[in-house]
Design a protein around this ligand. Structure first.
Ligand code: SAM
Length: 213
């Protein structure tokens, strides 16, 4: 993803009330942070936040945390959030590599990964957010019945992710190579990238994986 530097975004994020500062302090107590016992869903690499803002609007009884590494992108999500009354949605500026510093064992119900960066070179495979290294991080923070839901139009990355999930011992709960033409299309919430790439005619792939119980 090509990033345009948005001047002042880092400073704005550092003082923004919708961003959780020092999220490590809430490890193990996110329910206390949200002041309820609702399930917790997180999106990693949320980009400009269209997907997670819409989900939070549609599901007021679920707590959402949007995670994004770069201030210049996150600032766009924050702008959307300002226009909406959404007590169930907050953001973290965080590199997902450190996700286990922020969530305790079995604290999260669902992880969304949407159009994650493909890192096409083999030597960068472990940086892919669906690599076995990342799956083992998610395994720690997810509840037993928790799941990872991954969408992309990148067939190579999708096939890699299916293989990694299999090698890491996850169960494939469902899988489609054409989400928009499938039985799962109804209720699908689009991301910015999904709008762009499906608009170009690319089929959207989606997989749902969970722990073998
Ligand atoms: N999910 C959005 C969508 O579907 O429109 C954005 C997709 S964009 C290709 C990938 C996003 O993931 C970028 O905003 C990037 O900064 C973010 N990202 C990549 N690696 C990350 C990491 N290790 N931790 C957090 N965010 C990351």
């Amino acid at each position: 993803m090509r990033l345009r530097n948005v001047r002042g975004s880092r400073e704005e994020i550092e003082k923004n009330v919708f961003v959780v500062h020092e999220p490590e302090q809430h490890k193990g107590s996110w329910n206390r942070f949200f002041r309820n016992e609702n399930p917790l869903h997180i999106e990693i690499g949320m980009g400009k936040g269209m997907f997670i803002c819409q989900l939070a609007q549609n599901n007021p009884d679920i707590n959402f945390l949007g995670i994004e590494k770069y201030s210049s992108v996150l600032i766009r999500g924050i702008e959307k959030r300002k226009e909406l009354e959404l007590p169930n949605l907050y953001f973290l500026r965080l590199d997902a590599e450190f996700i286990n510093d922020v969530f305790d064992k079995e604290e999260v119900d669902r992880v969304y990964l949407n159009f994650s960066d493909p890192w096409p070179k083999d030597r960068h495979a472990r940086r892919r957010l669906t690599s076995r290294e990342y799956l083992s991080r998610y395994e720690k923070l997810l509840k037993k019945e928790g799941e990872v839901i991954f969408k992309t139009d990148n067939r190579g990355l999708f096939d890699f992710s299916l293989e990694e999930a299999d090698i890491a011992g996850w169960e494939l709960k469902n899988c489609t190579y054409d989400l928009h033409g499938s039985e799962y299309a109804e209720g699908n919430v689009m991301t910015e990238y999904e709008e762009k790439f499906s608009g170009l005619g690319n089929p959207i792939h989606r997989m749902v994986i969970g722990q073998k119980l």
